[in-house]
Design a protein around this ligand. Structure first.
Ligand SMILES: Nc1ncnc2c1ncn2[C@@H]1O[C@H](COP(=O)(O)OP(=O)(O)OP(=O)(O)O)[C@@H](O)[C@H]1O
Ligand SMILES: [Mg+2]
Length: 502
């Protein structure tokens, strides 16, 4: 007798007590069959997305039949002796297999390629929740065109929805302006022929609860640090002790004069005082001529900002006020950086970031992200690295997540020879980034990346094969390979490839 296959319901059929008559049992069965048919008709089979119509980022890494090729471990030809280990050991060998994700709290980034689940991230939410996550700073490294800026812009745009504010102190390509304007933020464009002016010596508003005397000392310290950075960048050397004294004296004189007349001090005034021997010497009771001799180089260094290619940009009262309520603020320096010598750009970055950083000094102003796009350009300038490091150290106290975008990890090594101050500063910045996002690296860079970040062999191989928008995220020692997904509107806003298409 041929066996008939009976369709089995996945849900249990209606419970029919055994002592009811056959007719009632049949009626109950029919009722169940009808209900099941109705349910089947009501939910049509989901349309299969074909490979070609699907978003590249959303496609599964392997076909449903599994990884192809001889390493697929299918077909019975691969025989391995049984081996038992704990999940901790397995995670060491295959760091991605045992990853459970960072939790659902945070900004949606895209999908976790190995877990095939959503990947969310929020440095402020992770702080104190994740072991070893000691600071909210982020390092993002990857070769040209892999989507580093797009990721930073997405994080910024999406972070605004969480109530964070975004600051871009230097945008050398001018690509953030469109994002800021789409978010209702502010852009300050600086360059020859433009009307925007920023005075880096502006005194920021005193935060609530800070003593007046303490605040004056803090503002003075910031101004001296800025003047020192500018001078060191132009002179390309550390300052001598007498030069520090000269800057000190000149700043105090200019500030005293500005306070008496109710104005703000300007860089040009400081350069002028540095060129006047009598004023400097009389202030510290030095032998005539000694301090001014030391101040000669400084006066010439600052002259570049007053009369040189940056004339006027940072030597006039600011034409814009800092708006603490704006969701995003970017400083567009794209009109400045010519090819070759990038000292002008570095000086402008120093002034622009000093102006913005003093505006961000209020610890009660909420949580903020400060994004240093194209930071690789400044890696050779120890003075700017020094400023960045002091911002990094303040990040927890001020509630600021700093994002530093570079091309290769070896950019950090260009800061100086092994053991030099520049190198120590750059390596310090890396240490102070609990989150490291590595986009694709060239084959010759893999060794440096693996050494600097302590990548395993599996991770290093993964980095060499990453595609656009896909990165290895190392978050406090945990590893994820994540595909960043862009909304169509974001894709329009962040497109930096338009000139490459006909
Ligand atoms: N996840 C993604 N999905 C689709 N397109 C992307 C993705 N990420 C970036 N792109 C596109 O790739 C192009 C290059 O991206 P982006 O400008 O962010 O690269 P980059 O790494 O910052 O390059 P550079 O080093 O030159 O600054 C842009 O047009 C962007 O829209
Ligand atoms: Mg970029």
């Amino acid at each position: 007798m041929a066996r008939t296959t009976r369709t089995r319901a996945t849900a249990s059929p209606l419970y029919t007590p055994s002592r009811i008559d056959r007719r009632s049992r049949r009626a109950a069965r029919e009722q169940f069959t009808t209900a099941r048919k109705q349910a089947r008709d009501a939910s049509p089979t989901p349309m299969r997305l074909t490979g070609s119509s699907m978003d590249l980022g959303l496609r599964a890494t392997y076909p449903s039949s599994g990884r192809p090729g001889p390493t697929s471990a299918r077909g019975g030809s691969l025989k391995l002796p049984p081996h038992r280990m704990t999940t901790a050991v397995a995670a060491g060998a295959y760091p991605f297999l045992a990853e459970g994700g960072l939790g659902a709290q945070g900004i949606y980034v895209g999908h976790d390629v190995h877990a095939e689940g959503a990947f969310t991230y929020d440095p402020f939410a992770l702080y104190g929740r994740l072991d070893g996550f000691t600071n909210p700073n982020i390092l993002l490294a990857g070769i040209i065109g892999m989507g580093k800026s797009a990721l930073a812009k997405s994080l910024g745009v999406r972070a605004v929805a969480f109530g964070y504010r975004i600051y871009v102190p230097c945008d050398p390509k001018g690509e953030w302006s469109i994002v800021a304007s789409a978010l209702g933020g502010q852009t300050i464009a600086l360059g020859p022929g433009l009307t925007g002016r920023l005075n880096p010596l502006d005194a920021p508003a005193r935060p609530r609860g800070v003593d007046e005397g303490d605040w004056r000392t803090e503002v003075r310290k910031r101004r001296l640090l800025l003047l020192g950075s500018l001078a060191k960048t132009v002179l390309r050397r550390e300052l001598h002790p007498m030069e520090h004294t000269a800057l000190d004296v000149a700043l105090d004189q200019v500030v005293a004069r500005a306070e008496a007349s109710g104005t703000t001090p300007l860089l040009g005034e400081i350069a002028q005082v540095l060129g006047f021997p009598e004023q400097l010497d009389s202030a510290v009771g030095e032998m005539p001529g000694r301090l001014v001799h030391a101040a000669g180089d400084l006066a010439h260094a600052l002259r570049r900002l007053v009369h040189g290619d940056l004339a006027g940009l940072f030597d006039a009262p600011s034409t814009v006020a800092f708006d603490p309520a704006a969701p995003m603020l970017s400083i567009d320096l794209s009109r400045l950086g010519g090819a070759g010598d990038d000292t002008a750009l570095v000086l402008a970055m120093t002034c622009a970031s000093a102006w913005m950083e003093s505006a961000l000094a209020d610890p009660d102003a909420g949580q903020r992200w400060v994004i240093y796009d194209e930071a690789w350009r400044v890696m050779r300038h120890a003075a700017l690295l020094e400023r960045m490091q002091s911002q990094w150290k303040l990040s927890r106290g001020l509630g600021i997540a700093n994002v530093m975008i570079i091309h290769r990890l070896s950019d950090l090594l260009t800061a100086g020879d092994a053991g030099s101050r520049g190198r120590a500063l750059a390596e310090g910045l890396l240490t102070d980034c609990s989150t490291r996002i590595i986009y694709r690296q060239e084959a010759d860079q893999l060794g440096a990346a693996a050494t600097l970040l302590g990548l395993t062999g599996v991770e290093t191989r993964a980095v060499s094969a990453l595609t656009k928008g896909r990165g290895l995220w190392k978050v406090a020692g945990r590893s994820f390979v994540t595909q960043h997904l862009l909304h169509p509107r974001e894709r329009e806003l962040f497109d930096t490839d338009s000139r490459m298409h006909a």
